[in-house]
Design a protein around this ligand. Structure first.
Ligand code: MG
Length: 159
């Protein structure tokens, strides 16, 4: 039987505000700005989770971790990702490639690249991971510094 490969995309955006923690790819980014959300509001990992679910044909993050469910209040997005992977593994799906774009203005993520890659690598063992950091070039919610946005493309292999 031919090996089955599936691709999925994910997107997420969270508002930036003072006095909140900023989580990107499972890493806390120090500074004044952060995101408020039902979970730890890690837009990057949420985009990855949606890409994984999309590739597996399993809907979206809101179906598995609804904001109306108090179990996920303040939850770690790393834990949400792990539980998504366990769910997909039951059907034989395993991520082999991830390309992730994180867009944020003014906050430099480059110094945190190795930590972010390391953390995502721990969460997605044996998956090749690439991370890109972009700005909004002064335009849109990202460019005005109002939001952090993330896009992810994942390739799953089914065995
Ligand atoms: Mg989110």
């Amino acid at each position: 039987m031919a090996e089955e490969m599936r691709v999925g995309c994910g997107w997420d955006r969270h508002a930036l505000m003072t006095g909140e923690t900023l989580m990107i790819g499972g890493i806390e980014i120090p500074g004044e700005l952060g995101c408020k959300g039902h979970s730890d509001a890690d837009a990057a990992l949420h985009a990855v989770i949606d890409a994984l679910l999309g590739a597996a044909g399993r809907g979206d993050i809101g179906q598995y971790f609804p904001s109306t469910d108090s179990r996920w209040e303040g939850a770690s997005s790393s834990g949400m990702l792990e539980s998504t992977l366990e769910e997909l593994a039951k059907e034989g799906f395993r991520p082999v490639n991830l390309d992730l774009v994180v867009m944020i203005e003014k906050i430099r993520l480059d110094p945190h690249r190795e930590k972010i890659l390391g953390r995502i690598g721990e969460l997605l063992p044996s998956c090749s991971v690439n991370v890109k950091f972009k700005t909004g070039d002064g335009m849109g919610p990202v460019g005005r510094g109002e939001a952090v946005e993330a896009r992810a493309v994942v390739l799953l292999r089914k065995s």
